[in-house]
Ligand binder design. Structure first.
Ligand SMILES: [Zn+2]
Length: 137
């Protein structure tokens, strides 16, 4: 595998279980063990009841494009070869919103409400990054 120059996941925030699941090509989210609320982004306490007891549960990995932007300039040289590339807000079917890229499309092919599904790019031997692609009708 060639050298990966983009940012790698930082797990000092408690997200290691999330990234470990990504490595297994599974998308997960935190679920409160007190009230059942599922939260994203991750955090140390439930945003509904403040309980710090939680588990990681799998989610479907499907959703729709809520919004996106196309970058025509690389603000970091590691992304220079990708220009133009998109950064999208994906409203997941479970209700939370993720930020990622939609791959396999040109910027003019992305639409609000477009159905997408997760895929995982194995960027190093230890890290896999969730991205999204349009669901074929
Ligand atoms: Zn809770």
């Amino acid at each position: 595998m060639s050298a990966y120059e983009k940012l790698l996941p930082d797990t000092l925030d408690g997200s290691k279980p999330f990234w470990d699941a990504c490595r297994r090509h599974e998308l997960t989210i935190q679920e409160c063990l007190e009230c059942g609320h599922r939260r994203w982004p991750i955090g140390p306490a439930c945003t509904h009841c403040l309980s710090t007891d939680f588990s990681w549960v799998g989610v479907a990995g499907t959703g729709e494009v809520w919004s996106w932007i196309t970058y025509h300039q690389a603000f970091n040289s590691a992304w220079a070869a990708d220009v133009p590339y998109n950064v999208a807000l994906i409203r997941m079917d479970e209700g939370h919103t993720m930020i990622s890229n939609i791959v396999g499309v040109t910027p003019d092919e992305i639409r609000i409400g477009q159905r997408v599904e997760v895929l995982f790019e194995d960027v190093t031997d230890e890290a896999s990054v969730p991205k999204f692609r349009p669901v074929k009708p």
